[in-house]
Design a protein around this ligand. Structure first.
Ligand code: GDP
Ligand code: MN
Length: 390
């Protein structure tokens, strides 16, 4: 789950990383009177808002009103602006970049630090890679104060700034671990002038949380999720029922067990769908409507819930259920399917392929049920052909 800036900042701030005070509004009338300049920041989950009119400074209250009403009309790279964060305006002297993420290929955490912040890190990596300091580490060693300090020196910060920034890096790592994040990014981490003193702030924050850790932070994650403008109703419905599901843009409902098998099923449906369409063997281009993995050892109830979810998607006009019985028993899956079909009549084909544990029992149950739209396939290729040829 990717958080909005204001949500990310609440976590950063909770870990003692300095952020400017702020609050969120959903319309210009909610802006409070002020005397010192404020910054208005569109809360959308996309970077580069600054260049697209999503970050503006307002000197007066009436400026803020008109800036906000324009900002609420924006679509930033397709994202509607439904919330605006109002924060104290900073007097920025310098902008830096810091992030911690997980590098799967190296199986380590990666800290990225550079003095050249504010810009997109991707373009900096292309044009000026030598100024980017990278540090890999793992949980056994973590990120020590000393390491962080040396990284700051390496990134060309002076000794005083390095002291301060090293503390922020260590707190970012604490934040990463505490909330089971997969990304904590501050861009810009800015040196700001306050009167005649200088202070370093997280001016922008991006935090992604690990959905697999939802159960460990149930209330916190749910709270964030409720505030997100989730653009997919079915994914939301799936999450609430603990179904591993991703909405796609096609019409073939897919259910399988194990992420690998479901991915291969998607691939083979796409491939066969294209072939059949090009050869004129199908009247339209059939593509997967979703990814749905019932997981290992799924019971009949979970299968029923999964099938009901797929059936509620109006884009779906055919279903392919592909089960390899290992931990999962095919007769249990058949039971789950029949529970749904006994209650509801379906006018489109459901192609089923079972292999492995109790496959023949499962297939026999389906056969005995006499549902006219259930079609059984011998193997995955045959199943893919059956599902796309209609
Ligand atoms: P992004 O473009 O979506 O990454 O949004 P940011 O929050 O990073 O803001 C973009 C840019 O706006 C920053 O790099 C700053 O230069 C500028 N900016 C953000 N907050 C302030 C502020 O409080 N005061 C001033 N003067 N500029 C700001
Ligand atoms: Mn930014």
């Amino acid at each position: 789950m990717d958080l909005y800036e204001y949500q990310a900042k609440s976590l950063l701030s909770g870990c003692d990383i300095p952020v400017h005070n702020g609050y969120v509004v959903t319309n210009p009338n909610e802006i409070m009177q002020f005397t010192e300049s404020k910054v208005l920041k569109a809360q959308v989950q996309i970077g580069g808002r600054g260049k697209l009119g999503g970050v503006k400074v307002a000197k007066t209250y009436s400026d803020a009103q008109s800036i906000a009403s324009e900002m609420f009309k924006l679509k930033i790279k397709g994202h509607e602006v439904k919330k605006i964060l109002i924060t104290d305006a900073a007097n920025i002297l310098e902008e830096y970049y810091a992030s911690i993420l997980f590098d799967r290929s190296k199986r380590k955490y990666l800290l990225i630090l550079t003095k050249e912040g504010g810009v997109e890190i991707e373009s900096l990596a292309v044009n000026n890679p030598e100024v980017i300091i990278k540090h890999y580490f793992d949980t056994s060693d973590g990120l020590t104060d000393n390491e962080a300090y040396n990284l700051c020196l390496k990134a060309d910060f002076n000794a005083d700034d390095s002291e301060v920034i090293a503390q922020i890096l260590v707190k970012m790592w604490e934040c990463y671990q505490k909330y089971d994040a997969t990304l904590v990014e501050i861009n810009p981490l800015a040196k700001c002038l306050e009167g005649d003193t200088q202070k370093i702030y997280a001016l922008d924050g991006k935090v992604s949380l690990d959905d697999n850790a939802w159960f460990r932070h149930y209330d916190l994650y749910n709270g964030f999720n409720d505030e997100l403008d989730t653009n997919n109703y079915f994914e939301e419905l799936a999450r609430k029922q603990n179904i591993n599901y991703v909405k796609l843009d096609g019409n073939v409902g897919i259910i399988g067990n194990g992420a690998g098998l479901v991915m291969s099923t998607l691939d083979i449906v796409t491939q066969t769908g294209e072939q059949y369409y090009q050869n004129g063997k199908a009247s339209k281009l059939n593509k997967a409507a979703n990814f749905l993995d019932i997981g290992g050892g799924a019971n009949a109830d979970h299968m029923s819930k999964s099938l009901n979810l797929i059936l509620s998607d109006p884009d779906v006009d055919r279903i392919f259920i592909n089960i390899f019985g290992g931990l999962t028993q095919c007769d249990e899956v058949a039971n789950g399917i029949l529970k749904v079909l006994d209650r509801q009549s379906i006018e489109f084909p459901i192609v089923i392929r079972f292999a492995g544990n109790n496959a023949s029992q499962g297939l026999q149950m389906l056969k005995n049920s006499n549902h006219k739209n259930i079609m059984v396939a011998k193997d995955i290729n045959k199943a893919a052909q059956m599902i796309v040829e209609k």
